[in-house]
Design a binder for this molecule. Structure first.
Ligand code: PRP
Length: 212
């Protein structure tokens, strides 16, 4: 029997992703968020879930280690992986923004130093605006960078706005909205078409029922 391998992003959207899968009758009985296990099988043994870091999900899917991935568009954009983006789960909604401790507009800078967990997204954004940019890659707490004058500004995701507010940063520009997506390996889409189409249709009907 053919099996689908699904790479599911750990972190803040995992619970909502699993809730949507459960409504699509895809359940992982041995899964528990506190578990240190990395692979879980669904009840019907047709889906094997790899529970992995969000930043790595596009890599698992692009290399074919996973047929399908569930991950935020922020990580898809940063990875530049060659894959199909099939479905918007409408969860994990946030915005990619440029923010700083200064309110000086971007056009007033001759060159900009940007700290980000998303250096490619940041570089692309400033390159498109023809503003010379230097990127500093950090793995978290990026809001700190402008506060300690390590960078002029940050490119990051904002969900509730609490982190930038509590650290005295202002949103200067919104780059684009982000949400959780279903991505598919290109070769798998050709070799496992019925299984993948069933998965997508199944999840789509859950979203339709929920009015999403
Ligand atoms: C993310 C993001 C912001 C924060 C935004 O960080 O990088 O720092 O969440 O959320 P908010 O608008 O609701 O405050 P995360 O919590 O993943 O931690 P990190 O800084 O360690 O990456």
């Amino acid at each position: 029997m053919q099996q689908l391998t699904l790479a599911l992003a750990k972190g803040r959207t995992a619970k909502d992703s699993l809730r949507i899968l459960e409504k699509a009758n895809i359940r992982f009985p041995t899964f528990h968020p506190a578990s240190r296990k990395l692979i879980f099988e669904d009840e019907s043994c047709t889906i094997k879930m790899l529970y992995v870091k969000a930043v790595d999900v596009p890599t698992y899917v692009e290399t074919g280690a996973a047929d399908i991935g569930i991950v935020g568009r922020d990580n898809i954009l940063e990875s530049t992986a060659d894959l199909y983006e099939m479905l918007d789960l409408q969860i994990g909604r946030c915005d990619f923004v440029v923010a700083s401790t200064s309110t000086k507009p971007l056009n007033d800078y001759r060159s900009i130093t940007v700290a980000s967990k998303y250096p490619k997204v940041a570089a692309n954004y400033f390159n498109d605006k023809h503003i010379p940019v230097e990127t500093i890659t950090l793995n978290g707490s990026v809001e700190l960078a402008p506060m300690i004058h390590m960078a002029d500004m940050i490119v990051d995701i904002v969900e509730t706005g609490t982190t930038i507010r509590e650290n005295g940063l202002t949103i200067l520009e919104t780059i684009e909205p982000i949400s959780t997506r279903v991505i598919v390996n290109k070769a798998s889409f050709a070799t496992k078409t019925p299984l993948i189409q069933d998965f997508i249709t199944n999840v789509e009907s859950v979203l339709a029922k929920e009015g999403m």
